[in-house]
Write a protein that binds this ligand. Structure first.
Ligand code: NAP
Length: 339
């Protein structure tokens, strides 16, 4: 067993889209474990879009990562030393490991993974992204059979789960995805009724025409994952009393390119169509997570809910995989195989 740990740090704050030099790689001795803590050897690390926000020194719903600190994130790993009652060496646990080969987790900051579905699913389809989809659709999408839902980043862990849940609730589901292959996956693997390739429709009006064709009865739920061109194209297609759960705006995470002020158009649509627009952050809903896992884990294990994982080998490759994900280089849940 190694006595060294490796971690990826924030070396400096990115200007716009992150580059590899924004990250550092540090090695050091394995940390000591005190009473109430366990040492975990990380097996799989989750890379998520929200981490881009943590790289900025701005006040948000969570604290910014400090320069030199380990990049934050959730991981799955094996307990190699424990001073926590109820956790033993060899247990597979999920917790906030950060981008690191090893992590010290407090007993109340980790949970055991004992489901039939593989441990990596605790980071994607059965983890924070899947839970976000399940919660947001019920609470803020309020789907009704016969309605139409549109979602971008449709083959990612949030989008794929939203699409499958909405489809099983009897909605027409329309995916927006980057590239022909992702559009094919959206329809063939995740059961979307139609898919629109945002890369093939460079401007907003072409995007709107393609979406209008895919949504002959208009749009009742626009699940907001990306903002940008997709939002601008969807807004005029919204039906009266439509719902827009705002889950993410990844197109703007590294800065806004367009200087055109779209706020008046958006506000006018919200008013005249009496839309319900709800921002939400999944951290406010954690109490419901055990219920979600209990209900969905058997379906995932049985293959009734499809998911895709995009696994990169090696912690040292995490920055590159993260940068690629932000612009659509991933196909499915972005994971790093650490050990
Ligand atoms: N509110 C919350 O609590 C919460 C929780 C989890 C996730 N989220 C948000 O949910 C969204 C999806 O998360 P995820 O983990 O499922 O991500 P993901 O799909 O694995 O990865 C992000 C995807 O966004 C798409 N994308 C990037 N730039 C885009 C652009 N300019 N226009 C259109 N699409 C673009 C790309 O897919 P294509 O190649 O298909 O375009 C990319 O693969 C993110 O915005 C994330 O921040 C929010």
């Amino acid at each position: 067993m190694t006595d060294q740990m490796t971690r990826i740090t924030l070396a400096r704050r990115p200007e716009g889209t992150p580059v590899p030099e924004d990250f550092g790689l540090k090695k050091g001795p394995l940390p000591e474990v005190s009473k109430g803590e366990m040492l975990v050897e990380v097996q799989t690390l989750s890379l998520d879009p929200y981490m881009r926000g943590r790289m900025n020194a701005v006040k948000s719903y969570a604290a910014a990562t400090e320069i030199g600190d380990t990049m934050p994130g959730q991981g799955v790993g094996r307990v190699i030393a424990s001073q926590v009652d109820g956790f033993a060496e060899g247990d597979i646990v999920v917790g906030a490991t950060g981008w690191a080969s090893h992590a010290v987790l407090p007993g109340d900051g980790a949970f055991k993974w004992d489901k039939a579905a593989p441990p990596s699913t605790a980071l994607g389809v059965l983890g924070m992204p899947g839970f976000t989809a399940w919660t947001g659709l019920r609470e803020y999408g309020r789907p009704k059979a016969g309605e139409t839902l549109v979602i971008a980043a449709a083959t990612g862990p949030v989008g794929a789960m939203v699409g499958q849940l909405a489809k099983s609730a009897g909605l027409r589901t329309v995916a927006v995805a980057g590239g022909a292959e992702k559009c094919r996956l959206a329809v063939e693997k995740f059961g979307f009724d139609a898919a629109v390739d945002h890369r093939a429709h460079a401007d907003e009006s072409a995007m709107r025409s393609a979406l209008a064709e895919a949504c002959p009865d208009g749009v009742d739920i626009y699940w907001e994952n990306v903002g940008g061109k997709v939002l601008a194209a969807v807004m005029p297609l919204m039906n009266d009393h439509g719902r827009i759960p705002i889950c993410g705006t990844i197109a703007w995470y590294s800065g806004v390119n367009s200087t055109e002020d779209r706020l008046p158009m958006a506000w006018r649509n919200i008013l005249t169509k009496r839309l319900s627009v709800n921002g939400f952050i999944i951290f406010d809903h954690w109490d419901d997570y055990p219920d979600f896992v209990e209900k969905l884990a058997p379906k995932v294990a049985a293959g009734d809910i499809a998911y895709l994982e995009d696994v990169t080998e090696g912690l040292e490759n995490a920055p590159q995989a993260f940068i690629a994900m932000l612009s659509g280089g991933n196909t499915g849940k972005t994971l790093i195989k650490v050990s």
